[in-house]
Ligand binder design. Structure first.
Ligand code: GDP
Ligand code: MG
Length: 163
């Protein structure tokens, strides 16, 4: 059975880098509503033997009249509704930020099935942030490096129960 994974988190944590790694060039359009294709990108992901749909919540970076928080909430809620499971990414090098706490809150309120990923965890610079991530209360964080392809086996294991 196939499932849908939404990658959520604040700008610059590496959502699109991970999306691109999972999808390669197998991109599809989410919707033909104006704005939607720009804000939510959907692709057909492959990870070892797993095949699933992955959604990248883009569109937080652009400047608009809507506040970042309002936009985060709206996009994240929509992604959660479309997805069976969410991969909530934080930046292991930066550690947990107040904006990350806001996302954690949205995900808790929506009772989303969350896998927590601490990205940019290659090398030693991410060790502190990975530890901090436990305090989000969303379970054991997975150390990932979207850029270098590290942690993919752990991500695979976390997705197995959903598949
Ligand atoms: P998004 O805004 O969450 O979609 O983040 P992007 O995928 O656009 O990445 C933001 C920045 O982080 C870019 O400069 C990426 O090259 C960098 N980045 C993404 N993944 C990693 C990683 O695993 N390690 C490091 N060191 N940098 C990363
Ligand atoms: Mg992005």
């Amino acid at each position: 059975m196939s499932f849908t994974l939404a990658i959520v988190g604040r700008p610059n944590v590496g959502k699109s880098t991970l999306f691109n790694r999972l999808v390669g060039k197998r991109l599809a359009l989410v919707d033909d509503q104006p704005g939607v294709t720009r804000d939510l990108r959907e692709g057909e992901a492959r990870l070892a033997d797993l095949r699933f749909t992955v959604i990248d919540t883009a569109g937080l970076e652009e400047a608009t009249d809507e506040s970042l928080q309002g936009r985060m909430r709206r996009l994240t809620e929509r992604a959660v509704e479309m997805a069976d499971v969410c991969l909530f990414l934080i930046d292991a090098r930066t550690g947990v930020t107040p904006t990350d706490e806001v996302f954690a809150d949205i995900l808790r309120k929506k009772s989303a099935y969350v896998i927590l990923g601490a990205n940019k965890a290659e090398g030693r610079a991410g060790e502190g942030g990975l530890l901090e991530a436990y305090a989000l209360g969303l379970g054991e964080p997975i150390g990932l490096s979207a850029e270098h392809g590290e942690g993919m086996a752990d991500l695979l294991e976390a997705l197995r129960p959903v598949a």
